[in-house]
Design a protein around this ligand. Structure first.
Ligand code: HEM
Length: 413
């Protein structure tokens, strides 16, 4: 099938309602690949099969020339995310050491305690903006735990990550001479670990043969990739629960042991469905390094191709094959959403996925102890970083503790 070639797709388009946005995604999927003339021109696909195939073929569709359109940080490449093999290989190994399944499992009790503390503090006043109160706090603290930052440094890491992110997305104030930066903090922390080694990842990282610049690039990439993404995922999950009392009741029954579901399994399934349904990372770009084809269309070497995870995650060709499940534009708590592309696919598949899904599952388990409601219908999720990321800016919820049954009160969950 030929591309529509209307040259119009623009992921920076602001102010779309969710219905308009997802209708646009359906148009995008009407052909395997579409060309847009915006931002210097790019190809874009929203089909699950094409997105997966492009992500798998990293040798043809490279990331090293940047994955944001337009470039978010001209001249600076994000560690891992915007690198190709062989440079990518060693960096990925370090990421896996820090964020792989064993490390994340070991950190679960600490991350559960962080989540519990922030949700309880949020509930003390009966609610407010969930993004500021909970979603904006847990992810950076969880990353700090994985890296091995001390408790006293965590607040500064959070503050400086927010400052950096706001600048990257055009919302911050310009840097002032001599002001503290995330990079300087990371270098200072690494020097402290070299002087006095601890049993943590930062000590291991500080012992690697890396320049300060490489060390800062690695930790900054982690902080940036793991902050706003997980924050958006938390907001989406909380919104879904707050707007669906039946789903909340089901989760609460699982927590009490009075329903048919296992709490952890139900929370994990809701997390996958939430990531599929409202994907925090909407899209990423690649650059073709050789003449190739996408969905039958010729793509020349040097041309950019955008993989639209958000559209692929609602592709009926992938998600409407089971007639017992709701259509893909709807949230279905009983859908098996594994196989979604919210974490990408292949070589660059999110190396923080274990951590992110743990954080989200723990949030779901924690929220099972509360009754939630939407206090004010939020503005539609806002695309940031050039439309690549998307989440609620503000989410006003009310929250009250549910009476805890004796059986549930004694469990760790
Ligand atoms: C719900 C939360 C998250 C979502 C939806 C998400 C999504 C993604 C996606 C789609 C990619 C692939 C990008 C591409 O193919 O170009 C990716 C890569 C990456 N993510 Fe995540 N992410 C999340 C959380 C995290 C966390 C918590 C961390 C770290 C603490 C993290 C670190 C990274 C890194 C370092 C990469 C680059 C990996 C590589 O290129 O090898 N992410 N993420």
């Amino acid at each position: 099938m030929a591309a529509t070639d209307n040259g119009e797709f623009d992921h920076h388009e602001p102010g779309l309602t969710e219905a308009a946005r997802y209708a646009r995604y359906a148009e995008l999927r009407a052909c395997p690949v579409e060309h847009s003339d915006r931002h210097g021109g790019f190809w874009i696909t929203g089909r699950h099969a094409e997105v997966e195939a492009i992500c798998r073929d990293w040798a043809t569709f490279a990331s090293g020339q940047g994955v944001f359109i337009p470039d978010l940080t001209p001249g600076i490449r994000s560690a891992g995310l915007e690198q190709d093999p062989p440079e990518h290989t060693g960096v990925r190994r370090l990421f896996v050491e820090m964020l792989g399944r064993p490390a994340v499992r070991a950190a679960e009790p600490e991350i559960r305690a962080i989540t519990r503390r922030h949700v309880a503090t949020f509930a003390e006043t009966g609610g407010g903006d969930f993004m500021a109160g909970v979603a904006g706090r847990v992810p950076v603290e969880a990353i700090a735990v994985m890296a091995g930052f001390s408790g006293s440094t965590v607040a500064r890491v959070r503050e400086l990550t927010e400052q950096l992110w706001n600048r990257l997305t055009g919302r911050g104030t310009p840097p002032q001479p001599g002001e503290p930066t995330l990079g300087r903090l990371f270098v200072e922390e690494a020097e402290l670990r070299r002087a006095e080694p601890h049993d943590d990842f930062l000590t291991r990282l500080a012992a690697e043969d890396l320049t300060d610049r490489e060390l800062v690039a690695f930790l900054t990439s982690t902080a940036v990739a793991g902050h706003e993404t997980t924050m958006a995922g938390m907001g989406n999950l909380a919104y879904q629960l707050a707007s669906d009392p039946a789903l909340q009741a089901r989760l609460a029954a699982a927590a009490d042991g009075t329903g048919p579901d296992d709490l952890g399994a139900l929370a994990a399934r809701l997390v996958e469905e939430s990531l599929r349904h409202r994907s925090p990372v909407q899209l990423m770009a690649r650059t073709a390094v050789a003449d190739t084809t996408v969905g039958g269309e010729a793509v020349a070497a040097g041309e950019r191709v955008v993989v639209h995870f958000g559209a692929a995650n609602r592709d009926p060709a992938r998600w409407a094959t089971d007639p017992t499940r709701l259509p893909p534009d709807e949230f279905d708590p009983d859908r098996d959403a594994t196989g979604h592309l919210a974490f990408g696919w292949g070589l660059h598949r999110c190396v923080g996925a274990f951590l992110a899904t743990l954080e989200l599952r723990l949030l779901g388990e924690e929220l099972a102890r509360y009754e939630l409601a939407v206090a004010a219908e939020p503005e539609p999720p806002v695309p940031t970083a050039g439309g690549s990321f998307m989440g609620f800016e503000r989410l006003d919820l009310t929250i009250t503790p549910r009476p805890v049954r004796a059986a549930a009160a004694g469990s760790g969950a």
